[in-house]
Each structure stands twice: as C-alpha cells, then as structure tokens.
Ligand binder design. Sequence first.
Ligand code: ADP
Length: 168
Amino acid sequence: MNRLEVIKGDITLLDVDAIVNAANNSLLGGGGVDGAIHNAAGPDLLAECQKLGGCETGQAKITKGYRLKSKHVIHTVGPVWYGGSRDEHALLASCYNTSLSLAKEKKIKTIAFPGISTGAYGFPIDQAAIIAVNETKKFLSKNSYPEKVIFVTFGDSSYETYRKLLEK
Ligand code: ADP
C-alpha cells in the first residue's frame, strides 16, 4: 500500500481517523484552517480545547472531532516564519513528529495534514513541504501506525510541490 498521498481540497470534509489543525498557542481557534475546522466541528470542540491549557509551538494535542467526519483533531502549533533563524525548521519538523507520534499512540490509521505554518504564519511552502514529506517518510519507515498520511493542499500551486516530492 502506498502510505503517502497528496490531494487538493478542504480538509474539514475528509473521512479519516484524524485531521491535523494548524492551531495557535491558545488552542482557542483562529483564522484559516483553524477557523474552518472549528466551524465544521461545532462548539463542543472549543469547549474541549478550553480544557487543554494551550499548546507550545512545535507540540500537539488531540481532541475528538465532534461534527466532523474525522473522529479526531490533532492540534499542532507551527512556528511563525521570521526568516529561518529562529529555529523555524526544527519546530516545524517537531509539529509533524509529535502529531504522528500522537496518531501512533491512538492507533490512528489515516491522518490528514494541511500545510502547517504555510498560511498566516508565512513559512515558505517549498521548504515547508520538504520538511513535511521528509519527517513523515522517516516516521513511517519506523512505525506501522498511522497506516496512511494524506497531505491536503488548498487550491494553489503547493499540490505540484508535494507531488514532485512524493515521486522521489
Ligand atoms: P498557519 O497560521 O499555521 O499558517 P493557516 O490556517 O493560515 O495556518 O494556513 C495553513 C495552510 O492551510 C495554508 O496553506 C492554507 O492555504 C491551508 N488551508 C486553509 N484552509 C484550509 C482548509 N479548509 N483545508 C485545507 N487547507 C486549508
């Protein structure tokens, strides 16, 4: 089975075991994919997030998916891009690693990631996609869960960027 896939579309619509949210440190919702996930999941998601006490950059926390088709949401906080000198690469790698480790712990079979940090947080997509794909490949080579990882791109050229990386 091919364990890596890239698709174009809205991550909130996917029927998977977990979708990953590009959250902020408060975990109390925001714009972009975070707002879309909270809108689609409904107010119970915010209520659960309020009990989590926030999340450090580069870390991840898991909740239920509520009204989403996805059973879980893994909230990870990507780094804001300051030009690359503030540990942004390592922090983004950590987002993928901690999210995948949580998925493994919960025996999650299918998980979908948006481009963490590549929207409002300004991480250059080419560099972010390399980190996403490399970290995920490394993790999957050592672990049998999650079985499948889907990268979800949102209506722009990043689809081609991921596709080329996955071909390698
Ligand atoms: P960040 O603050 O981590 O940069 P954003 O939500 O601003 O997070 O953007 C992260 C990525 O998610 C961007 O590439 C954006 O295009 C994408 N995105 C926004 N909404 C959705 C959605 N509904 N499904 C999938 N990807 C989305």
